[in-house]
Design a protein around this ligand. Structure first.
Ligand code: FES
Length: 153
């Protein structure tokens, strides 16, 4: 998100389909504003998240959705990283070796995956890209450099 033109383009709500169709398919992959975004319908809620995993670009559209620490997460199919759907946080389990018996607890790596906003109007669904400043790890996998190097073979 470097130029004024690109920033302006991100604040546009893009039509992404009819609500009933997205509910039926549960997952929709969309390219909007130069970004590939995965839209997910899960247990009554809609989520939108950068489509390639922040770790190494894994295809999140192929990941399972599971609850961890009471939060719905997508599990990347490549190395099983867990990413919260609502916030884009990377979750991991840690063990404090000084506490017996050993008990793993869920911890956060912070926001790693850029999430976006899904809204509805009269049965039509719209996606608004998150143009918050600063870099989020998943941004790299949306760049031309990444696409040219890894996706155009
Ligand atoms: Fe997603 Fe490694 S690419 S966990």
């Amino acid at each position: 998100m470097s130029t004024d033109e690109e920033v302006a383009a991100t604040s546009i709500p893009y039509f992404i389909g009819k609500k009933e169709n997205i509910i039926q398919t549960r997952r929709v992959l969309k390219s909007v504003g130069g970004r590939d975004v995965l839209v997910i319908y899960h247990q009554g809620d809609f989520y939108a998240i950068d489509a390639r995993c922040y770790h190494s670009g894994g295809p999140l559209q192929e990941g399972d959705i599971e609850d961890f620490d009471g939060r719905p997460c997508i599990v990347c199919p490549w190395h099983k990283y867990k990413i919260t759907l609502a916030e884009g946080e990377g979750l991991y389990q840690a063990v404090d070796p000084s506490v017996k018996p050993l008990k793993p607890t869920w911890c956060s790596k912070g926001i790693k995956q850029r999430i976006h906003t899904v809204t509805e109007s009269n049965g039509d669904m719209f996606l608004t890209l998150n143009d918050s400043p600063g870099t989020i790890d998943s941004d790299y996998y949306q760049t031309e450099k990444y696409r040219d190097t890894f996706l155009k073979e």
